[in-house]
Structure formats: C-alpha cells, structure tokens
Design a protein around this ligand. Structure first.
Ligand SMILES: NC(=O)c1ccc[n+]([C@@H]2O[C@H](COP(=O)([O-])OP(=O)(O)OC[C@H]3O[C@@H](n4cnc5c(N)ncnc54)[C@H](OP(=O)(O)O)[C@@H]3O)[C@@H](O)[C@H]2O)c1
Length: 331
C-alpha cells in the first residue's frame, strides 16, 4: 500500500460516495455489463446501476442459477422488472469468453463494462494451461475487455457519449515486486508450479492488470483522452466479501476488522465506471473515488518497461485464441 497509515486512514475514514447522491438518474437509459455480478461487489454494483435507472444490466456469471438468484433478489429489493439479464461467462474458459463477447455484438448500445470477476486463492491450479489467477484475472479479463472495445466504440459512435471499460484491481498490487520479472518470460515464469509463491499471486495478478491498462492507454491506443472509450481501473478498498475465504485466517480477520461493506465497495466500482470520477480517469488508477497514484513500481521507468514487456507477452497469448484482437482496438 502507499503506506500502512494511508491504507488505514482510507479504510477507517473514507466512505465511497453514493452515485445517487451525485445524480439520482446517473444510469438512465444505459446498458451495462458487470462480470461476477452474482455476488460480492459485482452484485452491489449491479444493484446500484439498477437504482440509478439503467435500462439494461447484464449479470455476467459462470453459474446461471446463482445469476438468476441474484437477479431475483435485486428485482425484489429494488422493485424493478425487465432491467436485469443473466448471461453465462466463465473466465476459466476462453471459448466461454469468446462466446460471451460474440453475444455482446447483439446489444444495441453499451455504456459501461465493469470487469469485476476475479479469484484469490492460496492454491496452484491450472486453467487453460496457465496458473488460475493469471488465466482468470489477467488473460481472460483482457481477452474480454479487448473483444468488447470495438463494440463499445461502435456504441460511442451511435450514442455520441464515451463508454467506460473499467477493470477492478486492488491496492494489493503495492505488495508485490513482481519477482518473475527476473525471468526472460514473465508469463512462463508464472506458469511454473514449483516455487510458486501463492501468497503473492493475487497481488501479482492485480499488478499485471494495472500494467496492462497503463500500456494499453498510454502507448497502444494513442491519445487516451480522445479514444472513444474511457479505459480505467479501480480498487474498491478492502471489503467484506467472500473473496479470500480459502486463503487462511489472516486475510479473513483483517477484512472483519477493517473491511468496508460490499455495498460501499460496489459504489466505488460504479463511480469509476461512469459516475463520479469522470472521463479524465482514462488510463488511471482510481482509489477512494479519485484518480490516485498506483505503486511506485508502476509509476517508475522500470514500471513502464515492465508494462511494455507484459503487454508484448500477453498479445501473442490473446492473438493465438482471437486472431486480430489487437487490430480491433485501433481507431
Ligand atoms: N473484496 C475485497 O476486499 C477486494 C479488494 C480489492 C479488489 N477486489 C476485487 O473485486 C473484484 C470482486 O471481488 P469480490 O470481493 O466481490 O469477490 P467475490 O465475492 O469472491 O466475487 C467474485 C466474483 O467473481 C466470479 N468469478 C470467479 N471466477 C470466475 C470465473 N472463472 N468466471 C466468471 N466469474 C468468476 C465469482 O463467481 P462465483 O460466485 O461463481 O464464484 C463472483 O461472482 C475482484 O476482481 C477482486 O479482486 C476485492
């Protein structure tokens, strides 16, 4: 974290603002996708978009019955029908990611995508040939994000407003030095089970997310402030969700003592994905509802070089699955 006292101050004294207090109809007429919306922060963000008057919110989740249960609970609590849809998305399967993105081509407009789904576990597991945090939190997350960019751009052209693509990251990225940077290939090093530090892996995946967003928005797309889609990332702060349930007692206790409610975390996501923080957040890291500084490593010259390396290693993985994916994001 920037510093432990700063983290404590944020956790104890900052409450993410309610988007409805800025504008009660902040989502009126909009179509929004939230991944991992069946529970935790995604569920709360979805609820908030519904309250803000969204026309359609797509609950993207890997388990349709959990998604339907979330839909019904929001419809009851918010007394709203006809807004929510449940679409299948399993980030552990590239085929599922591609099928989901293909289905999104049928959406007439798309205003915000919140790439929220993610995992944090202490176990080494393989998904699509890669360690699971890297496959789910990084590779599939950006595969989906990049496949949706042309759809978001088309929507910008027809609606005349800039949509948001928001990646949900974490302040835990401050806690890693990315030890795999010493290897000739970072992704190959992360694939090695032997010697894998699984207590650091979630942090690494969150750092990689920020590095990819930085390189994408500062180098690949040209002028991030003129690109038709605002691509940003946000940390909700430590929240009392189920996220770290199988990582041992320490994070669970930490969350109980210092965690925000999931409702507060959901607000942070919504503010970043089109509400309070605004278009100037393009390419930026958002914490406590404002553009904030990511870790010193990210901000350093070394960070920019690492971001380039990570991007250059990620692209062939994505292109192998989705030929032309990078060409699709150019304006
Ligand atoms: N909670 C915190 O303190 C905190 C702090 C900083 C950042 N974050 C970030 O916030 C995001 C949401 O976390 P949360 O706290 O709400 O955790 P959560 O309650 O565990 O929710 C995670 C969501 O991601 C979904 N998911 C996991 N693997 C998936 C896959 N392969 N395909 C599709 N969906 C998948 C889960 O679906 P299932 O229900 O089917 O498992 C669930 O809907 C994550 O990106 C996390 O890194 C959380």
């Amino acid at each position: 974290m920037s510093s432990f006292p700063a983290f404590l101050k944020s956790q104890l004294f900052y409450t993410p603002r309610d988007p409805l207090s800025t504008d009660p109809a902040f989502a009126a007429g909009k179509t929004i996708i939230v991944t991992g919306a069946n529970t935790g922060l995604g569920l709360e963000a979805t609820k908030c978009f519904v309250r803000g008057g969204a026309q359609t919110v797509i609950i993207a989740c890997r388990n349709l019955s959990k998604g339907e249960a979330a839909k019904h609970s929001i419809e009851e609590s918010e007394n709203s029908k006809g807004v929510l849809q449940v679409w299948e998305l399993d980030l552990s399967s590239y085929a599922s990611v591609k099928a989901f993105a293909k289905r999104c081509e049928t959406i007439p407009r798309l205003d915000s995508v919140v790439l929220n789904a993610g995992i944090a576990t202490g176990r080494f597991q393989r998904v699509e040939g890669h360690e699971a945090h890297i496959a789910v939190n990084v590779i599939s997350t950006f595969m989906l994000g990049l496949l949706l960019l042309p759809i978001l751009r088309r929507s910008a052209a027809t609606t005349g407003s800039r949509p948001f693509l928001t990646i949900v990251t974490s302040e835990m990225h401050f806690w890693t030095t990315l030890p795999q940077k010493k290897s000739p290939n970072i992704f190959a090093a992360l694939d090695q089970e032997k010697g894998a530090d699984m207590m650091d892996r979630y942090n690494v995946s969150k750092l990689l997310q920020i590095l990819v967003v930085r390189h994408l928005t500062r180098v690949v797309i040209g002028d991030r402030f003129r690109y038709p889609v605002v691509v940003n990332c946000v940390t909700p702060g430590l929240c009392r969700s189920e996220l770290v349930k199988d990582m041992g007692l320490t994070p669970v206790v930490f969350k109980k003592l210092l965690g925000r409610t999931v409702e507060m975390g959901g607000r942070a996501l919504v503010n970043a994905a089109g509400g309070l923080v605004g278009k100037e957040s393009a390419g930026e890291y958002i914490a406590d509802d404002r553009i904030s500084e990511p870790s010193p490593l990210v901000r350093s010259e070394e960070g920019a070089e690492l971001a380039k390396r990570v991007w250059e290693e990620l692209v062939p993985i994505l292109e192998r699955e989705c030929p032309g994916i990078v060409a699709g994001i150019a304006v």
